[in-house]
Design a binder for this molecule. Structure first.
Ligand code: NAP
Length: 320
């Protein structure tokens, strides 16, 4: 089979489309024919060698994907060849024509969802779900700012928030991105590239501020976030690409809290809850991953450039 291989850390050019031996499932493993793989910003950090988690070289990138089961190990009873699945994590990497998974990394993909949509679930939807419901305990009727609502995690957060009865304010920097945030159900949409947009937020909320912020670029926004939180408000730092100075008094005066979160810390119990919630949302139509770009897997280098460019629009997926 073919797979993307990384032999040395570096720029997108280190992503090589190569022939590799066909994988075979061990007794408890599942072999998935991957039709689509999700591209996440973290895949680019890992590829560059600057991230805390460094795989042993050479490796095949990617944790998200969707396809059809090709074969199962002899101790696997819950799955059979032909089942449509999405994968959230894999033993061998998802930027490949086939990938080996553990049973707990494989989830049923309803007929109504495309493979590209299935490949958009693992990291983005699980991150949004964990940040909102496990880390900051979002409640119905609360007001949530999705600070960066046009990309993979933001799109998921807007849909999850609306389904759970929150009032959702989403931001994006382009007209196209803001249109997407609106179509996803956000009641209010703001432009984070404008100087006065947080003033607009305070007037939209009649001075109350927001109860919850899902922050996609904390190194830019965390200081300002603390000024628009309501009393007992919470910020969860989902994304950050640098450092920032904050005024702790902006949090003190409101009994506010700042939470960090990385999906690498998710527990098995949390994952069971998260994927049960995603299954329900896919079935009832409240969760509808949006695909912005589909790129052939052989051209993964292009996808790794695109995922870091401004003007996000849903997910970028690779097709094998
Ligand atoms: P993505 O699809 O590339 O989306 C990036 C989002 O950030 C877009 O909505 C973009 O909006 C927005 N953004 C850009 N500049 C911004 C600003 N100044 N203020 C607010 N938002 C801004 O990426 P993603 O997959 O959604 O991931 C978002 C971030 O979370 C990334 O940094 C990623 O590494 C991180 N992440 C962390 C975890 C975790 O476990 N903690 C998991 C997944 C992702 P425009 O393009 O419209 O400007």
């Amino acid at each position: 089979m073919k797979a993307i291989r990384v032999h040395q850390f570096g720029g997108p050019e280190v992503l090589q489309w190569e022939d590799v031996p066909d994988p075979k499932p061990d007794v408890k493993e599942i072999l998935v024919r991957i039709h689509a793989a999700g591209v996440n910003p973290v895949d680019t950090y890992i590829r560059s060698g600057t991230y805390a988690h460094k795989p042993t070289l050479p490796y095949t990138p990617g944790s998200d994907g969707a396809g059809v089961i090709d074969a199962v190990g002899e101790h696997v009873t819950a799955w059979k060849p032909g089942d449509r699945v999405y994968v959230a994590g894999s033993l061998t990497g998802t930027y490949a024509e086939q990938g080996l998974c553990r049973e707990d990394q494989v989830h049923r993909l309803p007929e109504a969802a495309s493979f590209a949509q299935g490949a958009s679930l693992g990291v983005p939807y699980a991150t949004a779900c964990r940040a909102m419901f496990y880390i900051t305990r979002a409640l119905p009727a609360e007001i949530m700012l999705v600070h960066g609502a046009s990309g993979g995690v933001g799109t998921a957060a807007v849909q999850l928030g609306r389904a759970a009865g929150l009032t959702v304010i989403g931001t994006a920097s382009t007209d196209r991105g803001r249109q997407l945030v609106k179509e996803n159900g956000a009641q209010f949409v703001l432009d984070h590239s404008r100087p006065d947009y947080l003033k607009e937020l305070m007037s939209l909320t009649e001075g109350h501020g927001v109860d919850l912020i899902l922050e996609m670029l904390a190194n830019k926004n965390l200081a300002a976030d603390l000024t628009v939180l309501a009393r007992k408000g919470r910020v969860v730092v989902v994304g950050s690409r640098g450092s920032i100075e904050i005024n702790p008094r902006d949090a003190m005066g409101k009994d506010a809290s700042i939470h960090g979160m990385t999906l690498f810390n998710v527990t098995g119990e949390e994952l069971r809850g998260i994927h049960a919630a995603l299954a329900a949302g896919l079935e009832n139509g409240s969760l509808r991953p949006v695909i912005g770009q589909q790129i052939p897997m052989a051209e993964t280098a292009r996808a790794h450039q695109a995922v870091l460019e401004p003007g996000a629009y849903g997910k970028i997926v690779l097709l094998s």
